[in-house]
Design a protein around this ligand. Structure first.
Ligand code: UGA
Length: 440
C-alpha cells in the first residue's frame, strides 16, 4: 500500500484483517515512526485497535521506501494524495506518477498495480505507460479500485461495502482474466458475504468514483435549496425529505439539509469532474451548479446568523458547537465553520467554540481571537447566541432548560436540525433551524 494516509491506512489495516500480509509505504518520517508503534495520526473510530492488532499479528508492516516494501508483493495499491492542482481544479497527479516510476524501478516479478486514490480518467493507462517505459520487460497488470469510504465510518464501509468496483483492461482479454483472479482473491471475504463486485473497464471505474461523489453532492445542494424554499413558502424539509426519499428511485439517504457540504472529497471531486468534463467538450452544467450552490451557501450562512442576531453581531458573544465538516472526524478541510467564523469575527463578534475532537486542527484555520473550550457549558456560558454547525451526538442531549441557564440570551441557531422546534418553543427559546416552520 503506497501511502499511509487516510485511504491507505484504512485499506491496509482492513486487508490485513482479512488475513493478508500488508506492507505500507509512508515517506513522512514522523508519521512512519508513529505508525510503526501503532499510533494513528488521524481520528477514525476503531482504526487504532485494528492497526495495533494487525501489527501484533505480523500482518501489517510499515516502510519508508517503495524499494523496501515491494519485493514480495503480488498487488501494489497506490493510495497517495491527489490534491487540487494550483487552483485550476485538476487533481495533482505528481505523487501518483512518482509512485508509478518508483514501482517500475524496483519491481522484479509480476504484480498488479492498482489505483485506490481518486484519479482522473486515463490515469491507470498512464501508469501502465510510465512503468512500461521505465522497465520494458516487466510483467504487470494495472487496475483501478476506487474507495467509497466515509470518514468516521471507514472501517464499516470497507468491511461491509454496498459494492466494490474494479476496473481492469477488458480490452486485453489475456490480461483481464489474470487481473480479475488476483483482485477477486484479495476481496475473497467480501465475495463470501455476497457483496456485489463489479468488474468494469478502467475508465468506468475511474469515472464511477467521481460520478458517485458528485451525485451525492448534487443531492445535498438540491435538498439545501429546497430547505430554503420551505422557509419562504411554509413547507417542512423533513416531511419533504421523507416524502421523496421513500421513492426507491430517489432513496432516503443524503437528504439532510445543512450549512453546505465540506470535507476533502466532495469539494475536490466536484471541481475535478467539472474540469474533466469541460476538457472533454461535454461540460457538466449540473455539477457546476452543484458546486456553485454549495460555495454560495457556505458564504451566505453567516449573513443568516447576523440577521437572526438582530442585524448586528458587534461585541456579541457567539458560541459555535461543532467545527469539523461532519461528526466522528477531526477533519477541518473545507468545513463550513471556517468561512462562517471568519465573517462573524470580521463583523466584531466574540467567538467561543467547542468541538469534541476538532479544536486542535481548527486553530491554524480560524482567526486567533477565537476562544476554544474543552467543555460545552464553558463555551456556552453567557452567550448571546448558540450555533450548531456539526451534529455531534453529545449536542443532541442538551435540553433547552440547560441551554437557557448557560446563555445570556436564549437564541439557538441550529444548522443541523438536531432539536425539536416544539420543545425549544415550550421553553421560550428563540430557535431557528433549516427549512422547518417555526409555528407548528
Ligand atoms: C464522501 C463519500 O460519502 C464517500 O463515499 C467517499 O468515499 C468519500 O467522500 C471520498 O471520496 O473519499 P466523506 O467526505 O467522508 O465521504 O463524508 P460524507 O459523509 O459523505 O459527508 C460529506 C458532507 O456532506 C459533510 O459535510 C456532511 O455534513 C454533508 N452531508 C451529508 C449533509 O449535509 N447531509 C447529509 O444528509 C449527508
Amino acid at each position: 500500500m503506497i501511502g499511509g494516509g487516510y485511504v491507505g491506512l484504512v485499506s491496509a489495516a482492513c486487508f490485513a484483517e482479512f488475513g493478508l500480509d500488508v506492507a505500507v509505504v509512508e515517506k513522512d518520517p514522523n508519521r512512519l515512526n508513529a505508525l510503526k508503534k501503532g499510533n494513528i495520526p488521524i481520528y477514525e473510530p476503531g482504526l487504532d485497535l485494528l492497526v495495533q492488532n494487525n501489527i501484533k499479528a505480523n500482518r501489517l508492516q510499515f516502510f519508508e521506501t517503495i524499494k523496501e516494501a515491494i519485493p514480495d508483493c503480488k498487488a501494489i495499491f497506490i493510495a497517495v494524495g491527489t490534491p487540487p492542482r494550483n487552483g485550476d481544479g485538476h487533481a495533482d497527479m505528481t505523487y501518483v506518477h512518482q509512485a508509478a516510476l518508483e514501482i517500475a524501478k524496483h519491481l522484479q516479478e509480476y504484480a498488479i498495480i492498482v489505483t485506490k486514490s481518486t484519479v482522473p480518467v486515463g490515469t491507470s493507462r498512464r501508469i501502465a505507460q510510465i512503468i512500461r517505459k521505465e522497465n520494458p520487460s516487466l510483467d504487470f497488470d494495472v487496475a483501478s479500485n476506487p474507495e467509497f469510504l466515509r470518514e468516521g465510518e471507514a472501517i464499516q464501509d470497507f468491511m461491509t461495502p454496498d459494492r466494490i468496483i474494479i476496473g481492469i483492461e477488458k480490452d486485453r482479454k489475456d490480461r483481464a482474466q489474470k487481473a480479475q483472479e488476483i483482485m477477486s482473491r484479495l476481496y475473497q471475504p467480501l465475495f463470501q458475504k455476497e457483496t456485489p463486485i463489479l468488474f468494469t473497464n478502467l475508465e468506468s471505474a475511474e469515472l464511477a468514483k467521481y460520478a458517485s461523489n458528485c451525485f451525492l453532492a448534487m443531492k445535498l445542494s438540491y435538498i439545501n435549496e429546497l430547505a430554503d424554499l420551505c422557509e419562504q413558502v411554509g413547507g417542512n424539509i423533513e416531511e419533504i425529505a421523507n416524502a421523496i426519499g421513500l421513492d426507491s428511485r430517489i432513496g432516503k439517504y443524503f437528504l439532510r439539509p445543512g450549512p453546505g457540504y465540506g470535507g476533502s472529497c466532495f469539494p475536490k471531486d466536484t471541481l475535478a469532474l467539472i474540469r474533466i468534463a469541460q476538457e472533454a467538450g461535454t461540460p457538466s452544467r449540473l455539477v457546476e451548479a452543484t458546486a456553485q450552490a454549495n460555495d454560495a451557501r457556505k458564504a451566505n450562512i453567516s449573513g443568516r446568523i447576523i440577521q437572526l442576531c438582530g442585524g448586528n453581531v458587534h461585541n456579541k458573544t457567539i458560541t459555535i458547537l461543532g467545527l469539523t465538516f461532519k461528526p466522528n472526524t477531526d477533519d477541518m478541510r473545507e468545513s463550513p465553520s471556517i468561512p462562517i467564523i471568519h465573517r462573524l469575527v470580521e463583523e466584531g463578534a466574540q467567538i467561543k467554540v467547542f468541538d469534541p475532537v476538532g479544536n486542535e486542527k481548527a486553530k491554524p484555520l480560524l482567526p486567533n481571537t477565537v476562544q476554544y473550550f474543552d467543555r460545552i457549558n464553558d463555551a456556552a456560558n453567557q452567550a448571546d447566541a448558540l450555533i450548531i454547525l456539526t451534529e455531534w451526538n453529545e449536542f443532541r442531549s442538551l435540553t433547552p432548560k440547560t441551554l437557557k441557564n448557560w446563555m445570556k440570551k436564549p437564541l439557538v441557531i441550529d444548522f443541523r436540525n438536531i432539536y425539536d422546534p416544539k420543545v425549544m418553543k415550550s421553553e421560550n427559546i428563540h430557535y431557528y433551524s433549516i427549512g422547518r416552520p417555526l409555528k407548528e
